[in-house]
Write a protein that binds this ligand. Structure first.
Ligand code: ZN
Length: 132
């Protein structure tokens, strides 16, 4: 089963917690055991899993990525958003999570984030749950 999560990012760089939306997609699939693939079909965004207990971690990931010194890089891409393309490739555009007894097998402190690097924009995340 394939689900789509629609996202309206509000900032240029932003991490948006999508854990509950992904769990909802798992619930709707009625698949109890399998694999959940979370994928974003954009070239200036990403998907990552990290701590969702302390909101400072989310802020620090953004701060760390923004600290990468792109000013000295001689980018050619005419759109002018090469830093966003690089961040997208660093983070990656998908994650895979085991589903057991209808639940995403995330650690206690883990959440799933959509990462915006060239917002604000309308975005989408695809969620595919495979039985197995
Ligand atoms: Zn571009």
């Amino acid at each position: 089963m394939l689900s789509t999560i629609s996202i309206s990012s509000r900032q240029r760089t932003e991490l948006i917690d999508i854990t509950s939306e992904v769990q909802k997609a798992v619930n709707n699939s009625q698949i109890l055991d399998g694999i959940c693939v979370i994928y974003t079909p954009h070239t200036t965004a990403g998907i990552t899993i990290n701590e969702n207990a302390d909101p400072d971690v989310r802020r620090d990931i953004i701060a760390g990525l923004l600290h990468l010194n792109f000013e000295k890089v001689d980018f050619s891409h005419m759109e002018g958003n090469s830093p966003a393309h690089v961040k997208s490739s660093l983070i990656g555009c998908s994650e895979t999570i085991i589903v057991e007894n209808g639940k995403l097998l995330l650690g206690t402190w883990q959440g799933i984030y959509f990462c915006e690097f060239d917002g604000p924009r309308q975005r989408k995340v695809l969620v595919k749950i495979l039985k197995g």
